[in-house]
Design a protein around this ligand. Structure first.
Ligand code: GLN
Length: 292
């Protein structure tokens, strides 16, 4: 910006010093543009950069200053130790969602070749993280967005071993359970559905302005997708199957009540790193036991 004169060539150090962005964001954008590793910003900090690279960096910096999420600008976000492709068609994976993966993995610890369903997979982050940690798991992931499924398909193909015993993650287009064969049963169902209420001011703040609205809000009270997922789960879960859902900071009590009303046992919530009850779930014994 102001330091851009033709007399002194721009160096990484000069660009970072002059950047109005938070230092970490500026470094992520610059390593992306240069194709460097983070440490190279230090070892090569005083190397003159060619003007094309400098221009590409300045363009990304300007877009970031206008609000575009870093993950979309670099086309990637790390989740559960894996590098996921991100586009404007998918929710950017959040660190708190790693809690959902961890809890789902615990729920399937004692099951061999667990059958797993991820509803509203987006990037595929949850499904692919589970599949990478449990090579024997048979993972099915659903999204209603064709664009999201294309991203998830690429992430699964790039991040998973083609020879994993559980096979490739099965990606299908559909509305929650709508595309699944009625006889199919799963040991664990997970979902990070749209749970923000339509009038929530957060939708017009920060990264959320640039993410697909359908991945964030149900355009209602924030609980309608969760209602559908809970109502449909008993017919899709194997005996003693588990359902775990991510939800908003103030929805845990309501979601627990919905799970209990649906006949789930051992209903509980787990807190994220910020101490917020972020996910809730339970076990479904099976129709016969409940009816008896
Ligand atoms: N965790 C996201 C946020 O509040 C919302 C994601 C969602 O609706 N599933 O930024």
């Amino acid at each position: 910006m102001t330091s851009a004169t033709s007399a002194t060539p721009d160096t990484p150090a000069a660009l970072l010093r002059a950047s109005p962005l938070p230092p970490l964001e500026a470094r992520i954008l610059l390593t992306h543009v240069l194709g460097w590793r983070p440490t190279q910003l230090i070892t090569r900090s005083d190397e003159p950069l060619d003007s094309a690279g400098v221009e590409r960096y300045r363009a990304l910096e300007a877009r970031r200053l206008a609000g575009e999420p870093v993950a979309q600008l670099v086309g990637a976000r790390e989740f559960y130790g894996l590098d996921f492709e991100v586009t404007p068609h998918v929710l950017i994976p959040r660190p708190e969602t790693e809690l959902l993966v961890e809890t789902a993995l615990t729920a399937m610890e004692h099951i061999s070749r667990p059958r797993v369903l991820d509803l509203g997979t987006g990037t595929g982050a949850i499904a692919v993280a589970i599949a990478s940690m449990r090579p024997d798991a048979q993972v099915c992931a659903v999204d209603r967005s064709a664009e999201a499924l294309a991203v998830a398909t690429r992430n699964a193909a790039r991040l998973l071993d083609v020879k994993r015993p559980g096979g490739a993650v099965e990606l299908t287009q559909g509305d929650w359970y709508g595309s699944l064969d009625a006889t199919r049963r799963f040991d664990v169902i997970v979902s990070n559905p749209p749970y923000i209420a339509s009038g929530d001011p957060h939708l017009s703040e920060g990264d959320l302005r640039f993410e697909p609205r359908g991945a964030l809000t149900d355009e209602a009270d924030g609980l309608s997708a969760i209602r559908v997922i809970i109502a449909g789960a008993p017919a899709r879960l194997a005996a003693n199957g588990a359902l775990w859902i991510e939800h908003g900071y103030d929805q845990a009590e309501t979601v627990r009540a919905m799970l209990a009303a649906q006949g789930f046992a051992q209903v509980r919530s787990e807190r994220d790193l910020a101490g917020i009850e972020r996910i809730s779930g339970g076990l479904y014994a099976g129709a016969a036991e409940v009816a008896g």
